[in-house]
Ligand binder design. Structure first.
Ligand code: SAM
Ligand code: SF4
Length: 373
């Protein structure tokens, strides 16, 4: 693994505000991105297959307590049709995302995964929340390649307050995350930035946990308050020295630092970032360490109801429009559209288990230490 920035350096960068110094951080993150994952930007077609959810997360508009949401669940035929469209757009992966929906039972999801693998031949990422080990095992056996489960914050008190446990003796989110690798999944996780009560120390711990978990994919995005949630109804978090702002700048810093600490991971430039800066948020994410974009493939009649936060980017567009917009933006940056499933070099290294060219690259030091004074 590449030598890590130490904790003092991480904390220093998280609170740095000088533009010339930050340019060094962006430059180094971009250099490491190019060296480790190359110029290809892999596209993952995001299909939001259901907005039913039985959880009460204090941050999310899909929480069960929000009675103002029109709930939907896509049929298996609709989901497979979207996956075929993703293949026709040349995306190597589809991401099936949903609330924690009991209607998406073990058998229903297993059948959908099998059909996508045989009829559309793309990699399948699941992001269906905290599910049982039996379900996760069955879906992996059905052919699912990856599982995405953000730990949201490494601060366990903050997490349990904002994500009330489901009960029933089910494994914790962190436990599940540690089980996914042994089940054979490529593992994705991540955090929100600017959660009320989140400190710079918490973000430094998040970055250290990304590294410890040896993640294949790391998604970081700003927290955006939804008015129909406890966080949206509370007083906005007071600006203070310790409270992390839910800002665009803080998101870029987390992307860049995640790239330096986990150089072989896939890192998306997220929709939440594009929501804060629709003009160039995605592009700046890609220039500051990210190498993945997830164009929305959810049919327009459903995507308006997948409102996890307000004014979500691309909520009124069609899959065709998102495809054209995103590929155009990537080409303008001079980057290539990735071909194939785009597994992370991290996974390739783990599964090969022998010294490779990649590992020799990893031995090269990350040049950045402290910003200029
Ligand atoms: N239900 C699954 C879960 O919770 O893992 C997957 C769907 S959930 C909507 C996907 C992600 O949306 C969460 O992991 C969380 O980080 C993000 N999210 C939810 N509410 C958000 C908000 N208000 N602002 C930014 N991101 C949010
Ligand atoms: Fe449900 Fe996921 Fe939203 Fe929590 S974050 S309410 S589990 S959809």
């Amino acid at each position: 693994m590449a030598p890590a920035l130490n904790r003092i350096e991480i904390l220093h960068w998280l609170s740095e505000t000088r533009r010339e110094s930050l340019d060094d951080l962006w430059h180094e993150a971009d250099r490491v991105r190019k060296e480790h994952v190359g110029d290809e930007v892999h596209l993952r077609g995001l299909i939001e297959i259901s907005n039913h959810c039985l959880r009460q997360c204090h941050y999310c508009g899909l929480r069960a307590g929000n009675r103002d949401v029109t709930r939907y669940r896509m049929t298996p035929d609709e989901i497979v049709a979207c996956a075929k469209q993703a293949r026709d757009f040349d995306y190597g992966t589809v991401v099936l995302q949903a609330g924690e929906d009991e209607g998406l039972s073990l058998n229903v999801v297993a059948q959908i995964v099998k059909r996508i693998k045989s009829e559309a031949s793309v990699a399948v990422t699941l992001s269906l929340g905290e599910r049982t080990l039996d379900e996760l095992r069955a879906w992996r056996e059905a052919g699912a390649d990856r599982y995405l489960l953000r730990f949201e914050t490494s601060n366990s008190d903050l997490f349990s307050n904002m994500h009330p446990p489901r009960g029933g003796g089910r494994p914790s989110r962190m436990n599940l995350l540690r089980q996914l690798g042994p089940l054979g999944y490529e593992v994705g996780s991540g955090v929100m930035i600017g959660i009320p009560g989140q400190t710079y120390e918490d973000l430094a711990n998040d970055l250290e946990l990304f590294r410890e978990l040896d993640l294949d994919m790391i998604g970081v995005g700003p927290f955006i308050a939804h008015p129909a949630t406890p966080f949206g109804q509370a007083e906005p978090a007071k600006e203070s020295e310790s409270q992390v702002p839910a800002s665009e700048l803080m998101t870029y810093k987390m992307i860049a630092l995640a790239r330096l600490l986990c150089p072989d991971a896939n890192i998306p430039s997220t929709t939440a970032l594009a929501t804060l800066n629709i003009t160039e948020g995605r592009e700046l994410g890609l220039q500051r360490g990210a190498n993945i974009v997830m164009p929305n493939m959810t049919p327009p009649e459903y995507r308006v109801y997948y409102e996890i936060y307000p004014a979500k980017a691309c909520i009124r567009e069609t899959s065709d429009m998102c495809n054209r917009c995103i590929t155009g933006r990537i080409e303008k940056l001079g980057r290539e559209i990735g071909k194939g499933p785009g597994a992370s070099p991290n996974l390739r290294r783990r599964t090969r288990g022998t010294a490779t060219k990649l590992e020799k690259l990893e031995a090269k030091p990350v040049g950045l230490r402290r910003s200029r004074n």
